[in-house]
Write a protein that binds this ligand. Sequence first.
Ligand code: NDP
Length: 419
Amino acid sequence: MKKLMVIGCGGVASVAIHKVCRNDEVFSDLMIASRTVSKCDALKEKLQGTTKVRIETAKVDAGNVEELTALIRSYGPDAVLNVALPYQDLTIMDACLAAGVDYIDTANFEPEDTEDPEWRKIYEKRCEEKGFSAYFDYSWQWAYEERFKEAGLTALLGTGFDPGVTSVFAAYAKKHYFDRIDTIDILDCNGGDHGYAFATNFNPEINLREVSAPGSYWEDGRWIEVPAMSIKREYDFEQVGRKDMYLLHHEEIEALGRNMPEVQRIRFFMTFGQSYLDHMRCLEDVGMLSTAPVEFNGQQIVPIQFLKALLPDPASLGPRTVGKTNIACIFTGMKDGERKAVKIYNVCDHQECYKEVGSQAISYTTGVPAMIGAMLVVTGQWKKPGVFTTDEFDPDPYMEALNKWGLPWIVDTDPVLVD
Ligand code: NDP
């Protein structure tokens, strides 16, 4: 029986914790540790009568390596699941190394302060060398490879839906359907409606940074960057309908580009409604998406953090969101000398998720794979020394677990392709 420490107690963490509590054949003990301990206590209160898993809570600043290392040592978990923010990835990895436990997360590192001159120097060099300008990239966490290897520890990066499940779909397609994959299109469609004029489905700061950045895709071994929202396609999603989708930079492209070098082109598209785009453009034009602190009434505020305080908490969207998500990967390539195309996708219903765990489908589709990743690491099925993304292990146990834990998938061997 395994002991897990979950760091963070927001929308994604809540779903992962619900699923850990259901999975009492694997997990016997759980610590929920986060910045605001009252949220951890409230979740413990809600769940403890419903599960055999023993739940403890703690307050921790995950940005403080010493404090976090001491907490991990005193609790002694088999692994730490980081579902706080990407800002804390490196400090949590440092603490896991110091305490000698495995590490799992759902999003790759980016800095909270993008004006930090030390970080900026490295960032600007990377933009020039690699050709994409997103704030996040894998280099910071891949740099831990030797340290995790030497310590005999596993770091599993990006086990949400995208990244996470999408890369498992790629590994599964490669193992079962293709001799060679030529192209991958990842399509992330949220057909949900929460009734607000504007809200984000997960942490607004991280979400708005991601979607307001230039888009980019991987072609013939290099990045091609294009202005934000400049490549648009329409696609008819099963159980959702026709939606406009836009090409974005996304982190799994970087890992798949490295780990599957034979793939000629990898793109990522996300659906957005016109109202969302209009709000975002306006907020950007007036400077509300800026991460640089400004002076206001004698104090420093970061515009995007102030905006976060005004927007609905993503965790509060659950009861009011109706409709479905459909996240798909379309692969083209060769099998037994013939060209073929395969689509693997999941459809998830916001209200069904809310009934089951009290969250909308975006948190659900991230929190379930986070628990699955943690389960595969602690049970040894996905355990090897080093730093890995989800495409680097046997996909079969993960795919089986998706069916079992609430995210069943469908294979379409005659899919409509994207131009
Ligand atoms: P939330 O903002 O809802 O939750 C973040 C949690 O982390 C909060 O409980 C917050 O505490 C806590 N936290 C923040 N800073 C610290 C700190 N220094 N020390 C301890 N705890 C801290 O975010 P989400 O649940 O929406 O997202 C969680 C993660 O999931 C993010 O990294 C996000 O990028 C990722 N994600 C990944 C997806 C994927 O498919 N791969 C999709 C969606 C999200 P407090 O309660 O005090 O605010």
